[in-house]
Design a protein around this ligand. Structure first.
Ligand code: KE4
Length: 436
């Protein structure tokens, strides 16, 4: 595929934008090569600046569940823009979207909007700290909750699970309040509570993980978090920025029947416009300013265009559409698994609704250590082989993939065929898996 204009665009971007991108993962560092510069997108397809067309399985990292430029969403945005783009006042559009979220998400009585998932999770942690009067919180290795300081922490060597910054600029003092434990390890969570009696405000978790690749909770893990947080007086926060209105209308909590104290949302609820939200029981949410004393603010929080795009998107998602997406997702991962098996490539696949993932690894991946043991070099080569065939997967093994209402069975089947062709063409390097 000719991507000369993307290469020129990348060179031009790097002159005025650090790394040529406005979000790190877009730079293709995990898979190598030049990032694709997109000119436009329609339905399930991206079109790059060279005119190449790709079937899109990233969907802007989740938001575009209705497909790109869906007519109902575009029309809603046109109408909203003609009324102005931001007022800095309350609007009924915010209440309208809040009503939809409260009705759909089982644990949410009240919700506050902001402009990104990062803001949502950072505010949720502040609220949990304000509500409990405690300062530490537990997060899981490999779970990503946005780019605010308290989350940019890696597992430290300390037996107390004390974290260490994994970005320059994050103060050590901040890291001390972030406790890191392995995903799916309920015993490590209990140990963290026992080592930090009365100090832990919350446990925040991606209930289905999309940020180390797709990793699902082991049976009972989410229930164990619910039990332990109640037992130790901490709040349970489900970070459903990626899974909210994606794996089910009510998110993971609706599928699994585990109700957190706070839920963070983003992506789908904004239909591709900047949005974030956090919600929970009224007695917690009412601790927020102006009624309470936990401060939150944002110039564009609840922006009318984001509300319009979010409402138009959520109105397209009925029970039947979630069933349709579930079926498509399963068809895809079954087809990919068959291809990987046929080509003798060790693999594991996971799907929930319209979110799915795969690792080139022997056996299921249940935590970050397992994800890191997968063949990421092969993933990078597979990514490019599929890109050259017109299929856009995440430019990193440690991401999930997504489907939209615009994806059809025919396109799923074409993807599976292309995957078989791609693996047949790949010349496994000595250190990669040998295709038997
Ligand atoms: P944003 O600040 O990027 O809107 O949301 C942060 C966030 C919070 N929680 C979860 C579970 C998330 O997946 C995210 C953001 N996801 C990444 C994709 N892995 C966004 C892509 C990017 O960083 O460019």
């Amino acid at each position: 595929m000719n991507r000369q204009r993307s290469e020129a665009a990348f060179a031009a971007a790097k002159r005025v934008i650090p790394g040529g991108v406005n979000s790190t993962v877009r730079a293709f560092r995990a898979v190598g090569g030049t990032p694709v510069f997109v000119r436009e997108a329609h339905g399930a397809y991206l079109v790059d600046v060279d005119g190449n067309r790709y079937l899109d399985y990233v969907l802007s990292w989740g938001p575009m569940i209705a497909g790109h430029a869906h007519p109902a969403v575009v029309e809603a945005l046109h109408r909203a823009a003609e009324r102005g783009t931001s007022y800095g006042t309350p609007t009924e559009y915010e209440t309208e979207l809040a009503d939809v979220i409260v009705e759909a998400v089982p644990s949410v009585d009240k919700v506050r909007f902001c402009s990104s998932g990062t803001e949502a999770t950072a505010n949720a942690i502040r609220l949990a700290r304000g509500y409990t009067g405690r300062e530490k919180f537990i997060k899981f290795e490999g779970c990503y909750h946005g780019s605010a300081d308290p989350f940019l922490i890696a597992a430290g060597s300390s037996a107390l699970t004390m974290g260490v910054p994994n970005s320059l600029g994050v103060p050590a003092a901040t890291a001390q309040d972030t406790l890191i434990v392995p995903y799916n390890d309920a015993a490590a969570v209990r140990a963290a509570f026992e080592h930090n009696p009365g100090e832990i405000a919350a446990v925040i978790v991606e209930p289905y993980v999309g940020n180390m690749g797709m990793v699902l909770p082991l049976p009972g893990f989410l229930h164990a978090l619910r039990t332990m947080t109640r037992e130790y007086g901490a709040l349970l926060i489900f970070d459903e920025v990626m899974t909210g209105f994606r794996v089910a209308r009510g998110g993971v909590q609706a599928r699994e029947g585990v109700l957190p104290d706070l839920t963070t949302l983003g992506k789908v609820i904004g239909g591709g416009l900047p949005v974030g939200a956090f919600g929970g029981r009224a007695e917690i949410m009412d601790r927020l300013t102006p009624d309470g004393q936990v401060f939150q603010a944002g110039t564009l929080s609840g922006n009318p265009l984001a509300m319009a795009a979010g409402l138009a998107t959520l109105r397209l998602l009925g029970d039947d559409t979630f069933l349709q997406l579930e079926r498509l997702g399963q068809r895809l991962v079954d087809g990919m698994a068959e291809v990987f098996t046929g080509r003798g490539v060790p693999h594991t696949v996971a799907a929930a609704g319209s979110m799915f993932g795969f690792f080139f690894a022997d056996g299921p991946v249940t935590d970050l250590a397992g994800a890191k043991r997968s063949d990421t070099a092969l993933y990078g080569r597979f990514f490019h082989a599929m890109l050259d065939r017109g299929f856009y997967f995440a430019p990193s093994q440690f991401e999930a993939a997504f489907l939209s209402l615009a994806h059809t069975e025919a396109e799923i089947d074409r993807t599976v065929e292309a995957a078989d062709d791609a693996l047949a063409a790949l010349r496994p390097a000595q250190d990669d898996v040998v295709c038997r």
